[in-house]
Design a protein around this ligand. Structure first.
Ligand SMILES: Nc1ncnc2c1ncn2[C@@H]1O[C@H](COP(=O)(O)OP(=O)(O)O)[C@@H](O)[C@H]1O
Ligand SMILES: [Mg+2]
Length: 371
């Protein structure tokens, strides 16, 4: 049996392009899976969503879904048999679930990228190993570790859990007078990294796609602002010198190549002067790439589906300047009530309950491309 063939033979043609009507399985049922599904449908493909939550925004846009836990081996097995490829909308999928799925069909992006990106410590070591700059960091599990790390790193710093953090969750600011004991107690036994606070000039991100044949396509960098650690806006063009944009793209390409990545990858950077510090990598479509649905012929969602389907990537060229604004919590009310927002493309995620900090939708304001 060829090494790329699974027991049921499905991945014997693992790199062959999917034909019309083929089904891509997606782990996770949030807004990213919803937008991936909408993009897949436009390309004549189907999706099947696997998600434990009852009210998943993605369930509403495809009739094919499985509601089950990521630890439910039988459900994963049935799901994998019903699709041609599997992808995911978030990185906190147990690696064990991927191993079950891989018995039946290719999972893209692969297990290596997933395993590294779901652990901040592994991610930072991987990035340093590639010769990339990251904020100075040290692993922390105990009070002794934390006190030693505080001696060795400059203050202030941020204590981040290794796993399961998003939108600033699992992060604590460690100033000179922070009690180490309280900080360790708040981790509740979770492993963490202490990372120096970076006094950056800007935050930027690159959204890059890599195809099954290794071809890569990057969108223009976005300049991002955060409020309460949640992405607030992404602006393109980012107003960077051309060589800095190029360097950011090269770094994202280096990461994707090292992972033998297939799909869309988001790379977040802190820009300090002309130094690009890699903050984190998302092995999936990324919130700071939502502007692509309004300002490019092919969005990051289409690009991801193309890559996973084994199709040629689309041209990532931008036809307009764009400012994407997230609609967080109550911010969605006016738009959902029909207030017109001139010059904006609106996208709401169909979430019934508005909660503080919850991503409810986004707006992209387009203007004529200046350069
Ligand atoms: N070392 C740091 N120095 C300065 N700001 C930081 C640092 N780490 C995180 N932040 C801020 O918090 C935001 C969220 O942190 P991040 O590490 O990207 O985690 P996540 O997006 O998974 O919550 C960043 O985009 C940035 O604005
Ligand atoms: Mg982040």
């Amino acid at each position: 049996m060829p090494t790329d063939m699974t027991p049921d033979g499905k991945s014997a043609q693992s790199l062959a392009p999917l034909g019309p009507g083929a089904t891509i399985g997606i782990l996770g049922g949030g807004q990213l899976a919803r937008m991936l599904t909408m993009a897949a449908h436009r390309l004549g493909l189907k999706t099947h969503i696997f998600c434990p939550d009852t009210e998943s925004p993605a369930f509403e846009v495809t009739p094919h879904h499985t509601r089950a836990a990521y630890s439910d081996a039988d459900a994963l097995d049935r799901f994998a048999r019903s699709v041609e490829r599997v992808t995911y909308e978030f990185e906190n999928i147990p690696v064990g679930a991927i191993a079950i799925l891989e018995q039946h069909c290719p999972v893209m992006p692969g297990a290596k990228a997933l395993a590294i990106c779901q652990d901040r410590l592994a991610e930072k070591r991987f990035l340093s190993g590639l010769g990339l700059v990251v904020a100075p960091f040290l692993p922390v599990e105990t009070m002794v570790d934390l006190n030693q790390a505080r001696q060795r790193l400059a203050a202030p710093a941020i204590l981040k859990t290794r796993r399961l953090g998003y939108d600033g969750k699992g992060q604590q600011h460690i100033g000179t007078d922070t009690e180490s004991g309280a900080a360790i107690a708040a981790l509740a036994g979770a492993g963490a990294v202490l990372e120096e606070f970076v006094d950056f000039d800007a935050e930027i991100s690159i959204i890059l796609a890599r195809g099954t044949n290794g071809e890569m396509a990057s969108y223009d960098p976005a300049r991002n602002t955060h409020e309460n650690h949640i992405l607030a806006t992404s602006t393109v063009p980012a107003g960077l010198p051309a060589h800095v944009s190029k360097m950011a793209t090269r770094i994202a390409e280096k990461i994707a190549t090292a992972f033998e990545y297939v799909g869309v990858l988001g790379v977040e950077f802190f820009l300090c002067g002309e130094t690009l510090i890699v903050n984190e990598i998302a092995p999936r479509v990324h919130n700071s790439g939502h502007w692509t649905e309004a300002a490019c012929a092919a969005s990051q969602f289409e690009q991801h589906i193309r890559a996973v389907a084994g199709w040629p990537l689309a041209d990532p060229v931008r036809h307009a300047d764009a400012v994407m604004q997230n609609l967080i919590g109550d911010q969605v009310r006016a738009v959902a009530a029909g207030e017109s927002v001139p010059g904006c493309k609106i996208h709401l995620y169909g979430k019934n309950e508005i909660r503080p900090g919850r991503k409810m939708g986004h707006l992209t304001r387009l203007t004529a491309r200046a350069r």
